[in-house]
Design a protein around this ligand. Structure first.
Ligand code: HXC
Length: 510
């Protein structure tokens, strides 16, 4: 028996060694951790249970029969994050550059299926050279099997991808179909085709970093939901994110004990909105003052900054927050902000996370750039997402809620459950100046008369009371009591039941 146990340990050591000391040293020299070191940081200490560490590839081409490394370039299994079960796969760049063989793909598919069956989040750590070139079509088949599971798991369990090294070709599409992509600055990049192909096809000369580095995807393309300084920070933040999420669509949003008084007043909010309606203020201040312990996990903080999305807790319950940011482009809705918020709203709805919407929006962005880019279809995504969402929806209008954007931002008309407005709210088709210039065009040459009309319009519409008189606003609330009112609203909505009509699936304007 003793020698059998020794043999087992020997084989395990062999698998744990990955591609060997030299390649591990090279990985460290690049500022990157190994696949197993990353798992150790991601999961609760000692909780990782590895599967398939003895799996090897089955290729006989190009001398591969003589190069078999147990584990075959990916470490898979499950463990816990603050006690919550999660499944994980972590690409091992030290083994064939983390490239994907048929056997490697089967290991990933096994944990994907287990996560869906059990109802647990799945987290993929990427650091790889794409399809295993020596394997040909078996590698392509493996990718498709993974993609298939990504799609079947979408909306069933949270799927999170962390890009911690190269990620190209086949490797990019699996993360793209997951809920969140996080990248590590300077050491990771993502693209469909690399700089060499780009140069051949388009004559463009770009570096990998310029083409698909973390900053590019977190701030420009919006492909990544966040960029972190190093492996450690990325993994720590993923742990933080997982804490906000239910394990699957079968669970409600997590509720944990809160040490922040739900009835806490924030007197400073009474002066947050400036007297001049054209003056910006920071909507993040409202978020941080309203949520538990100012703990806010922002999604895509560097992209489409005119809308803020992220997770927080109110009275211990996880919520998704969507808020216009008057500080950036006056909080206008454009293509990027509509896409960003629509995807976030759909994630929250899929996973039973109540949505708090904070509104200060002057409308949709005018101009050819936006119209040519398809603003109509992209803006409709957000409208569609809010309308179909059946989770508790609580809305607070702080200032402007103009035009179509008023309807879109979780209005009563889109089944908003509790809709509040601050006394500073202006709910109208458009701002006073624009409105009078249209309806009193004949008086355009009489500035005095026009100013009079503008004042009249403001007096009539630049307030929340017309909407409140129709019941479109449930109450006009004092800003300092916003946390208490939202917390009470959420409590009242915990038993909410609402279902959309049966359909195979909807046809959201993609
Ligand atoms: C097999 C690979 C590999 C691959 C890297 N390696 N990529 N082995 N298949 N795709 C191996 C290398 O041979 C090397 O082995 C080790 O991994 C490390 O690679 P290096 O090149 O030394 O590392 P580095 O200089 O850091 O460059 C990393 C890299 C580069 C940028 C990822 O390796 C690279 O360009 N690889 C090829 C990428 C690619 O074209 N993949 C196919 C994409 S097409 P040794 O033994 O020396 O350590 C695709 C289609 C799928 O994915 C479509 C599905 C829909």
């Amino acid at each position: 028996m003793k020698h059998i146990l020794e043999e087992l340990e020997k084989r395990r050591d062999q698998a744990r060694a990955g591609g060997g000391e030299k390649r591990v040293a090279s990985q460290h020299a690049k500022g990157k951790l190994t696949a197993r070191e990353r798992i150790d940081l991601l999961l609760d200490e000692g909780s990782f249970e590895e599967y398939d560490m003895f799996v090897e590839h089955r290729s006989h081409d190009f001398g591969m029969q003589d190069q078999r490394i147990p584990g075959d370039g990916v470490v898979t299994g499950w463990g816990t994050i603050n006690g919550k079960v999660v499944y994980v796969f972590s690409k091992d760049f030290t083994v064939f550059g983390g490239s994907l063989s048929g056997a490697h793909a089967q290991k990933i598919v096994k944990v994907q299926r287990a996560a869906a069956r059990v109802g647990a989040p799945i987290i993929g750590l990427f650091d790889a050279g794409g399809a295993r070139i020596q394997e040909g079509v078996d590698s392509l088949a493996g990718y498709a099997d993974i993609f298939m599971e990504n799609v079947l798991s979408s909306g069933v369990v949270p799927q999170i991808s962390v890009i911690m090294g190269p990620c190209a070709g086949g490797d990019v599409y699996s993360p793209a179909m997951t809920d969140f992509i996080f990248m590590v600055k300077d050491t990771s990049y993502m693209f469909v085709t690399g700089p060499d192909v780009v140069k051949t096809v388009t004559n463009e000369i770009v570096t990998a970093e310029e083409l698909g580095g973390a900053r590019v995807h977190a701030a420009k393309s919006g492909v990544a939901e966040g960029a972190f300084e190093n492996d450690l920070e990325a993994l720590t933040q993923v742990r933080r994110l997982v804490d906000f999420l239910p394990s699957s669509n079968r669970d409600k949003a997590p509720i944990r004990e809160s040490f922040d008084d739900a009835t806490r007043d924030e007197m400073s909010l009474d002066t947050l909105v400036p007297a001049n309606p054209n003056k910006p203020y920071d909507m993040k201040e409202l978020i941080l003052k309203v949520v538990d312990e100012a703990d806010f996990f922002e999604i895509s903080s560097e992209w489409a900054k005119n809308i803020i999305c992220g997770f927080a807790r109110i009275d211990g319950e996880s919520v998704g927050i969507v808020a216009n940011q008057p500080q950036v482009l006056a909080g206008v809705l454009d293509i990027d902000s509509s896409r960003k918020a629509a995807r976030f709203v759909r994630f929250c709805d899929a996973f039973n996370i109540p949505i708090i919407t904070l509104v200060d929006v002057p409308g949709f962005m005018p101009g050819t750039k936006q119209e040519y880019g398809g603003l109509i279809k992209h803006g409709a995504k957000l409208l569609f997402a809010y309308a179909e969402a059946t989770v508790p929806k609580v809305t607070v209008i702080t200032r402007k809620a103009y035009g179509g954007a008023y309807d879109v931002m979780s209005s009563k008309h889109l089944r908003g459950d509790v809709n509040y407005a601050w006394p500073t709210a202006e709910i109208a088709v458009m701002g006073a100046k624009g409105a009078v210039e249209i309806i009193f065009r004949a008086e355009m040459n009489d500035p005095e008369k026009l100013a009079e009309r503008e004042a009249e319009y403001k007096d009539r519409f630049a307030n929340p009371f017309v909407a409140a008189s129709r019941g479109y606003i449930d109450d006009v609330i004092k800003p300092h009591g916003t946390r208490r009112r939202i917390a009470r609203a959420l409590k009242s909505l915990r038993g909410k039941q609402l279902a959309n009509p049966w359909k195979k699936h909807d046809n959201i304007p993609l």
